[in-house]
Design a protein around this ligand. Structure first.
Ligand code: ATR
Length: 295
C-alpha cells in the first residue's frame, strides 16, 4: 500500500482526495491519500522530516509551493523554471520536486485554444499558480500575455523571470489594475489565478475586471478561473448569464493529479490520451462544457 498526502495551510475543502480515489480505482493503484492542514511552523517541521514520514509522494498547495523548495534534494527542470512545486516524489529517502500544474493547466485548455496561433491572454495574478499557467502558455505558438496583479511589483518580477527564460517566445507585458486597454482590445483567454473571484463584491477585488470583462473577451473567448468550489459558482453563474464561456479549476485539478501519478511512477505518460474521458467520470460536466471541443 502506497501513501500520499496533500499539504497546505487549510486543505479541509480540497477535492484532491476524490480525484486521487478515482485515479487509484481507474489505474489499480493500491494507496491511501491524507489531507494535512499545517500552519507555517508545523509545515516547516514536516518538510524537514518529509523523507522519513512513510510517504511515497506529496502534493503541495498554498501557501507552500515555493516554501517547500529549500527542503528538497532536487527539482525537475519545469519546477525550477516555474519556481514552484506542487508534487514531491519520495524514494530512497530523497525528495524530488515537480510542477504538474504546468501540464495540468495546459491539458485542461480546449483543443481549439491550444491550436490557436498568436493568442492573446489576460492573466490575473503573480503567485505560484500564475507562474505555472505562464509556463504552460509559453508552449503556445507566439502568445501575448498581459498580466495584472494587485501588487504590480510581483507581476514585474514574474514577467522578468519568464522573459529571461523564454526570450522571444512569449510576449509579456504588465498592466496596472487601473490601466485602460486600447480601444477594441480583446483576449482569447482571460485567466484568474488569484485567490479573489471574478465578479466579487468585496472592496479591492478585481473591480477593474468586473466592469470590463464582457468588452475584453473575444467572441468565443474563454473566461477561466483555476479555482473550484462553491464560491466559484456565483461568478460562473454571472458570467454564463452574460453569455460568456467559462471554465473553473476542476479539469486542471484532475489533470495535475494525473501527472502527479506519472511522476510518482504509477501511471504511464502515454495514457494522457485518456484524460478527457477519465475527467468526465470524476466530475459531472455541464452541458455547455460537454459541447465545447475538448470537453
Ligand atoms: P498561489 O500559489 O495559489 O498562486 P500565492 O502565491 O499566495 O498563491 O498568490 C496569490 C495571488 O493572489 C497573488 O497574485 C496575490 O496578489 P499579490 O501579489 O498582490 O499578493 C493575489 N491575491 C490574493 N488576494 C487577493 C485579493 N483579495 N485581490 C486580488 N488579488 C489577490
Amino acid at each position: 500500500m502506497k501513501r500520499y498526502a496533500l499539504i497546505g495551510e487549510d486543505v479541509s475543502a480540497s477535492r484532491s482526495p476524490e480525484v486521487h480515489a478515482e485515479l487509484f480505482r481507474e489505474y489499480g493503484i493500491s494507496a491511501e491519500y491524507d489531507l494535512l492542514s499545517l500552519n507555517g511552523e508545523d509545515a516547516r517541521k514536516f518538510f524537514r522530516e518529509m523523507a522519513f514520514r512513510g510517504y511515497d509522494g506529496l502534493n503541495i498547495t498554498a501557501p507552500y509551493k515555493r516554501e517547500v523548495i529549500p527542503f528538497l534534494d532536487a527539482l525537475s527542470p519545469e519546477a525550477a523554471a516555474v519556481g514552484a512545486v506542487n508534487t514531491v516524489r519520495i524514494a530512497d529517502s530523497k525528495c524530488i520536486g515537480y510542477n504538474t500544474d504546468v501540464d495540468g493547466f495546459d491539458h485542461s485548455l480546449p483543443e481549439s485554444f491550444r491550436r490557436k496561433a498568436a493568442s492573446k491572454i489576460l492573466l490575473f495574478g503573480a503567485g505560484g499558480a500564475a507562474r505555472a499557467v505562464l509556463a504552460a502558455l509559453g508552449r503556445g505558438a507566439n502568445p501575448t500575455v498581459r498580466i495584472m496583479n494587485r501588487t504590480r511589483a510581483h507581476a514585474e518580477e514574474m514577467a522578468e523571470r519568464f522573459r529571461h527564460a523564454n526570450p522571444g517566445g512569449l510576449h509579456i507585458e504588465v498592466f496596472d489594475a487601473e490601466a485602460n486597454f486600447s480601444d477594441g482590445e480583446a483576449f482569447d483567454l482571460i485567466v484568474n489565478t488569484t485567490s479573489a473571484y471574478f465578479f466579487s463584491d468585496e472592496a479591492g477585488n478585481l473591480t477593474f475586471f468586473n466592469k470590463n470583462v464582457q468588452k475584453l473577451l473575444k467572441k468565443n473567448g474563454i473566461l477561466y478561473d483555476i479555482k473550484y468550489g462553491i464560491e466559484g459558482e456565483r461568478w460562473k453563474r454571472s458570467a454564463t448569464e452574460r453569455g460568456l464561456f467559462c471554465l473553473d479549476g476542476r479539469k486542471m485539478l484532475f489533470c495535475q493529479a494525473f501527472y502527479a501519478h506519472v511522476r510518482w511512477g504509477n501511471i504511464d505518460l502515454e495514457r494522457h490520451e485518456e484524460l478527457d474521458s477519465k475527467h468526465k467520470n470524476c466530475f459531472s460536466t455541464t452541458e455547455e462544457e460537454e459541447n465545447r471541443d475538448g470537453y
